[in-house]
Design a protein around this ligand. Structure first.
Ligand code: HEM
Ligand SMILES: *[C@@H]1O[C@H](CO)[C@@H](O)[C@H](O)[C@H]1NC(C)=O
Ligand SMILES: *[C@@H]1O[C@H](CO)[C@@H](O)[C@H](O)[C@H]1NC(C)=O
Ligand SMILES: *[C@@H]1O[C@H](CO)[C@@H](O)[C@H](O)[C@H]1NC(C)=O
Length: 322
């Protein structure tokens, strides 16, 4: 009996080792040089794809940045948001925070096609998204940084995790701090990352209550936004987050918050007399402080990985597992 138990334990141990060798994710070290020999032209290929996308539509820089956030917050940066639903698979694209809202998938597909042509079956969709988000920010006037690489793509996705992990536009400051804290991101990281709302657009349905019912809002800003967001109807009408420089990645988001011109309830929560007031004030006066903290927080967010034991791969088509 004792011998049997020992043999069983040894067998189990071997099975675990084999399983790891077979490709279950280990906590892996990301590095900017990950593809330097296997795909040396990766960065320029992604940059070219993003340059052309942003030339066609400036907003795309924002849309891709948001995709990266929504990827990383749901079981790590693993390309899970890119998986299409099928008749037998429910992914993240139709989860509440993404449905009829997440966009830019065709841009990632086009870049993936170019990357596959240059380096077949080598570069993960998750890494392409990380680079594309960096380029989107930089092409709209934001900082540039070196992106650690070596992520792998998930073979699955979770609609329920997407719904549970991504904050909604009505969130309180306490909820925002908790939800980012759940991802090991500090309140400071949260406030810096929220500066992403210096670019991009929101649908009327997400800020309607704020512009008609809230009192901590600049009156002329509310009137301006009411012009394209009626009390009823027009749910999908778009407005820029940043009333000053809609497609410029700068610190105007924080100047807007200080002037009570935050578009979402959750935006204005960062400057409504709470713990982030001083930091918002600081970012509103210091583009360089915002830039530095934004990059630091993007690197932390980009370092979120699937838990060990998750099956991963380098997907050939970002929309489906191999
Ligand atoms: C702090 C909590 C956050 C909340 C509650 C939130 C919520 C939202 C909402 C409701 C929209 C509008 C979506 C639509 O109308 O379809 C949006 C857009 C956007 N979000 Fe956030 N977001 C948050 C944090 C972030 C972070 C951390 C990033 C990136 C680092 C980000 C990047 C963006 C961008 C760039 C857009 C514009 C996308 C576009 O124009 O296509 N957001 N967000
Ligand atoms: C951005 O930073 C990366 C990594 O340091 C560098 O390779 C790239 O040339 C930079 N891009 C621009 C446009 O400055
Ligand atoms: C304003 O608040 C009231 C009470 O909560 C709500 O019934 C109404 O729908 C809100 N109006 C808008 C335009 O969101
Ligand atoms: C509201 O914002 C406008 C435009 O930035 C500004 O000129 C005005 O002074 C603000 N109103 C108040 C009451 O702060």
């Amino acid at each position: 009996m004792a011998a049997f138990t020992t043999r069983s334990a040894a067998f189990l141990g071997l099975a675990v080792v084999l399983c790891v060798l077979a490709g279950a994710a280990r906590a892996q070290q990301l590095s900017p040089n990950f593809y330097s020999t296997s795909c040396p032209n990766l960065a320029p290929i992604v940059r070219l794809g993003m340059t052309s996308a942003v030339q066609t539509e400036r907003r795309m820089g924002a849309s891709i940045l948001r995709l990266f956030f929504h990827d990383c917050f749901v079981n790590g940066c693993d390309g899970s948001i890119l998986l299409d639903d099928t008749s037998t698979f429910i992914g993240e694209k139709n989860a509440g925070p993404n449905a009829n809202s997440a966009r830019g998938f065709e841009v990632i597909d086009a870049i993936k096609t170019q990357v596959e042509a240059a380096c077949r079956a080598t570069v993960s969709c998750a890494d392409i998204l990380a680079l594309a988000a960096r380029d989107g920010v930089n092409l709209l006037g934001g900082p540039n940084w070196s992106v650690p690489l070596g992520r792998k793509d998930s073979r699955t996705a979770s609609q329920s995790a997407a719904s549970a992990n991504l904050p909604g536009p009505g969130s309180s400051l306490a909820t925002l701090i908790t939800m980012f804290g759940n991802k090991n991101l500090s309140p400071r990281d949260m406030t810096a990352l929220s500066g992403a709302h210096t670019i991009g657009r929101s649908q009327c349905q997400f800020f309607r209550n704020r512009i008609y019912n809230e009192t901590n809002i600049n009156a002329s800003f509310a009137t301006l936004r009411q012009g394209t967001c009626p009390r009823s109807g027009g749910n999908t009408n778009l407005a820029p987050f940043d009333v000053q420089t809609a497609d410029g990645f700068d610190n105007a988001y924080y100047q807007n918050l200080v002037g009570q011109r935050g578009l979402l309830h959750s935006d204005q929560e960062l400057f409504n007399g709470g713990s982030q007031n001083a930091l918002v004030q600081q970012y509103s006066n210091s583009p360089s402080q915002f830039s530095a903290d934004f990059v630091t927080a993007m690197l932390k967010m980009g370092g979120l990985l699937p838990s060990s034991g998750t099956q991963t791969e380098v997907r050939l088509n970002c929309r489906r597992p191999n």
